[in-house]
Ligand binder design. Structure first.
Ligand SMILES: *[C@@H]1O[C@H](CO)[C@@H](O)[C@H](O)[C@H]1NC(C)=O
Ligand SMILES: *[C@@H]1O[C@H](CO)[C@@H](O)[C@H](O)[C@H]1NC(C)=O
Ligand SMILES: *[C@@H]1O[C@H](CO)[C@@H](O)[C@H](O)[C@H]1NC(C)=O
Ligand SMILES: *[C@@H]1O[C@H](CO)[C@@H](O)[C@H](O)[C@H]1NC(C)=O
Ligand SMILES: *[C@@H]1O[C@H](CO)[C@@H](O)[C@H](O)[C@H]1NC(C)=O
Ligand SMILES: *[C@@H]1O[C@H](CO)[C@@H](O)[C@H](O)[C@H]1NC(C)=O
Ligand SMILES: *[C@@H]1O[C@H](CO)[C@@H](O)[C@H](O)[C@H]1NC(C)=O
Ligand SMILES: *[C@@H]1O[C@H](CO)[C@@H](O)[C@H](O)[C@H]1NC(C)=O
Ligand SMILES: *[C@@H]1O[C@H](CO)[C@@H](O)[C@H](O)[C@H]1NC(C)=O
Ligand SMILES: *[C@@H]1O[C@H](CO)[C@@H](O)[C@H](O)[C@H]1NC(C)=O
Length: 820
């Protein structure tokens, strides 16, 4: 088709200039499939957008799983809208002001066209074979014969509707509806249509999807391509050309009143292009955005610019397509990478709450999902954008008083666990991000998380700070009169706050704030206070799992509470309440079994508590093999690779192949859970390149890549880091590292630091079919706060040091590690 031809030409023109990491004829876009995750709850946004684009155009379907707009599950289309989030759960987000096309109203009678969303779906059916999704482009043909194509610039969407020629003589109609996917419109929305130019301007207040608050959204739509026949507005099921302005209330009996504008055209012969400018400031700004970004309505030019932007973003990573590797694995990788670049969104200049001239990103939805691997992935692929995101987080701290934990549609989202923006800031700090970030203010922000309890810790910061300081843990049924949030998750919050404090300690240490470093290192040890050494765990069948020693909730008075270690696990079918409900568990969306591994900074102590490395490995195997963990939610990510800490890096490799492609494949149902704004995509990407981060530390755990080689060019330094596999086996029987070299020198550590990427080092891994001794010695293990004990050659286990003891620390960026 036409647009494909354009893509191909622009590829030839652009490729040699930008593809530094590998062969000039390698086009990563051919391996991107946006439809992965568009069925069975992946909830991805599969439409047209730019990297971090505010405008996200797609067909919205009438699906219970339409959080990202479009689904390939047989449900019909409700409209074509241009604001979306991607991969989220809960209520659908955005989807504002959809357009809907008719080739003609029956008998050319305006009142016989169907306006309300709930009834017009009768005209929204389509055949899934007509769907085309490519970076910067989306297209579908309705069964009515109307073809809808869309592309975007940063804040403007361009839709092109082509009408069936069989309807010659008819007058096509486009309506634009004052609604959103969630039907959350509040009072006093308005729309106006200019009968001369056909320009539609409007605004409405909507409720944010997983947040406190609401947001106002504005649009400005212009048309091109066909002569205007008439214009007007509609309310409910009736329309009139006599009325050009409408102000409408929210709903009648809970049903959001349909209302909007329509425009009819003289002839169906020419396609109609609709340019939808978007803004969160005003309709005038929406018009100005559209005029500045897409002055000429040139669909091909906009699409080609979008394609180029995507190619440029994806080009730093080039994998070998040889060695017999399954092409679907390459698709899995690049599609995962693509999804990491869809959210957060660049709302710079569109923040009505403050305008400091600073960059502004929104749709951090949520950091609890993205701190683990998505933002760390972008720190490699697109560090200057992560610098902008961190600047935006810090600017949000300046204006909202705290770093956000979840933020979407200009609203404070709900916090799920700790203050995990701390981890993101420290991760970026340790990895050398600069880019105008005021790290002194950044440090103030993370310290405030640890020290000052917000009145509304539902939505940023931490709760229970008095208890945390007095008791060293968050008690179950805490007494907290200073701030308010859901008083649950005491156990998972204790573990997350402990790690948050550890990351602050590292930043303090690097900034020479020695007293703070010691203080936060000390409180990072609080996780121990909820470890109950004699706690056992039975399966629901009654069978004892055989493992002893689990975290447990504890009351203010120091008495242990009790939570079944399997509650809220993947095998808990007892109807447990595991989210943010008031009746929720002491662990959030996860079990004690799984949180039992969440001590990312002190795996050495955890291994010791769990009875040494081989028992730790047995417990980790049990977690995965008994389906206690589920890879479709983020707390599972790090557990795939924690074998490294027990001296068994080969088992991490084996485990990542257990999950990919079994749980992550290239079909529309190929994701195990919500993509969560690209979090799942980043899990796939990191796993497949074979360097998984322990976020908040300058540490990547090494496993063999799923390809013969991976080249990653640092956009900062221009240097190319290379991972090369000798004896690469496309059947993945040989996934065990036998030996390695780094820049030609033998390398035995099972982890590497960020300088690998920035300095463009070369890691050569020789693979074999059996585990080897590579990376298994204590000196080769990743850093841990405490010393590794109970490993061969480290002597007998010694007593766990008391909490007041200060651990040896050397968090140096060159990576010789702490406490080895
Ligand atoms: C990676 O870079 C090296 C060195 O420039 C080059 O020889 C190799 O072909 C590249 N690999 C791929 C897959 O392009
Ligand atoms: C969808 O289109 C394909 C290809 O044209 C066709 O084989 C199939 O029968 C169509 N499906 C339906 C439900 O019409
Ligand atoms: C909506 O507009 C009406 C009429 O102008 C006004 O009385 C009312 O207060 C407005 N409601 C809101 C929520 O602004
Ligand atoms: C975000 O938008 C602003 C304003 O247009 C721009 O200066 C900045 O470079 C953008 N950031 C990215 C990563 O595109
Ligand atoms: C911390 O102190 C060391 C040694 O005096 C010095 O090299 C380093 O630049 C200091 N770092 C900061 C951020 O001040
Ligand atoms: C388990 O340990 C606690 C102390 O942490 C103790 O009070 C309790 O009696 C022990 N329970 C059993 C069954 O040994
Ligand atoms: C501690 O508090 C809990 C919860 O109120 C209570 O069940 C328990 O009996 C108390 N323990 C002691 C020793 O008072
Ligand atoms: C775990 O789940 C898989 C399906 O994903 C199933 O095949 C397997 O039997 C389950 N294992 C156990 C121990 O229940
Ligand atoms: C690999 O392990 C298997 C079974 O443990 C053994 O039979 C085989 O000889 C080993 N291969 C090599 C090359 O050591
Ligand atoms: C320790 O040595 C024993 C005997 O050589 C071996 O079986 C075991 O795997 C080793 N454990 C570790 C953690 O290296």
């Amino acid at each position: 088709m036409h647009s494909f031809h354009r893509d191909f030409i622009s590829l030839l023109l652009v490729a040699p200039a930008v593809l530094r990491a590998g062969a000039a004829d390698f086009d990563p876009l051919q391996y991107v499939d946006q439809l992965i995750g568009s069925r069975d709850g992946g909830n991805v946004f599969p439409g047209a957008t730019l990297p971090y684009g505010l405008a996200k155009a797609v067909a919205d379907t009438n699906s219970g799983s339409n959080q990202g707009g479009f689904t390939l599950d047989g449900t019909p289309i409700l409209g074509f809208s241009a604001l979306h989030d991607s991969g989220t759960g809960g209520e659908p987000s955005l989807g504002n002001f959809p357009l809907f096309p008719y080739a003609a109203c029956p008998g050319d009678d305006l009142n016989l066209c169907v306006y309300p969303k709930r009834t017009r779906i009768a005209y929204g059916s389509f055949n899934s074979t007509t769907v085309v999704a490519r970076p910067g482009f989306f297209s579908v043909t309705l069964n009515t014969g109307i073809k809808a194509e869309m592309t975007t610039s940063q804040r403007t969407a361009l839709f092109r509707f082509t009408f069936p020629t069989a309807t010659n003589g008819a007058h096509p109609l486009l309506l634009q509806d004052l609604s959103d996917l969630h039907n959350s419109r509040q009072d006093n929305a308005s729309v106006s249509i200019d009968p001369t130019t056909g320009r539609i301007k409007g605004q409405a207040l909507f409720v944010s999807s997983f947040a406190q608050g609401a947001y106002k959204s504005y649009f400005c739509t212009d048309f091109s391509g066909s002569t205007i026949l008439d214009t007007g507005i509609f309310v409910d099921s009736r329309a009139s050309t006599d009325v050009k302005d409408l102000a409408i209330s929210r709903s009648i009996n809970g049903y959001p009143l349909p209302g909007g504008a329509f425009i009819r055209f003289e002839s169906p012969k020419t396609p109609v292009t609709a340019r939808v400018g978007l803004s969160f400031i005003s309709s005038d700004q929406a018009c100005a955005n559209a005029e500045a970004e897409i002055p000429s309505f040139d669909f091909e030019a906009v699409q080609s610019a979008a394609t180029d932007a995507w190619r440029k973003k994806l080009s730093p990573i080039v994998v070998s397509t040889g060695g017999g590797v399954d092409q679907n694995q390459i698709k899995n990788l690049y599609s995962g990478i693509y999804r990491t670049l869809v959210n957060p969104q660049n709302y710079t200049g569109e923040n009505p709450n403050w305008d400091t001239g600073e960059v502004y990103f929104d749709s951090f939805y949520c950091l609890w999902d993205s701190f683990r691997s998505q933002i760390p992935f972008l720190t490699i692929l697109d560090p200057s954008t992560v610098e902008q995101m961190i600047r935006s987080l810090i600017d949000t701290y300046r204006h909202e008083g705290w770093l956000p934990d979840c933020h979407m549609s200009l609203s404070k989202g709900y916090t799920q666990g700790g203050s995990n923006a701390d981890v993101i800031l420290v991760d970026g700090y340790l990895k050398g991000l600069t880019g105008g970030i005021d790290w002194d203010v950044g440090y103030q922000a993370v310290v405030k998380d640890a020290e000052v309890e917000p009145f509304d810790w539902c939505c940023h910061g931490r709760g229970g700070i008095d208890s945390w300081k007095a008791l060293g843990y968050i008690p179950v049924q805490d007494f907290d009169y200073k701030g308010f949030g859901t008083l649950t998750r005491s156990l998972s919050r204790t573990l997350e706050y402990s790690y948050n404090d550890f990351t602050i300690a590292q930043m303090a240490k690097a900034m020479n704030k020695t007293i703070d470093a010691e203080k936060y290192l000390d409180s990072s040890d609080n996780w121990r206070n909820l470890y109950k050494a004699n706690q056992t765990s039975n399966l629901y069948s009654g069978t004892n799992t055989g493992f002893v020693g689990f975290f447990q909730p504890k009351y203010i008075n120091g008495t242990w509470g009790l939570q079944n270690p399997l509650k809220c696990s993947n095998i808990d079918n007892t109807g447990s309440v595991c989210s943010l409900q008031n009746t929720g568990a002491e662990t959030f969306e996860s079990s004690i079994w799984e949180y039992g591994f969440y001590v990312p900074h002190d795996q050495a102590s955890l291994i010791e508590l769990y009875g040494g490395p081989s028992n730790f490995v047995k417990r980790l195997d049990y977690l995965h093999d008994q389906n206690i963990t589920y890879i479709g939610n983020e707390p599972a990510f790090l557990t795939v690779f924690q074998y490294h800490y027990a001296g068994r890096p080969g088992l991490s490799a084996k485990r990542s192949h257990f999950y990919i492609p079994r749980f992550f494949d290239t079909t529309p149902e190929g994701l195990p859970g919500n993509d969560d704004s690209g979090a799942m995509g980043s899990f796939v990407a990191f796993s497949m390149i074979g360097l998984f981060p322990n976020p908040g530390q300058d540490v990547y755990l090494i496993t063999p890549p799923f390809f013969e080689s991976v080249n990653i060019t640092s956009p900062k330094t221009g240097k190319t880091a290379i991972v090369r596999a000798i004896n690469f086996d496309p059947t993945y029987a040989a996934i065990y590292i036998q030996s390695a070299t780094l820049n030609g020198e033998p390398y035995t550590k099972n982890w590497i630091d960020h300088s690998f990427f920035t300095e463009g080092k070369e890691l050569v891994l020789t693979l074999g079919k059996n585990e080897s001794s590579w990376g298994t010695a204590v000196k080769d293990l990743p850093p841990s706060v405490s010393e590794y004990v109970g490993f061969n050659g480290t002597g007998a286990a010694r007593r766990t040091p008391p909490r007041s003891l200060r651990y040896p620390v050397d968090f140096g960026r060159t990576g010789l590690g702490f406490g080895q």
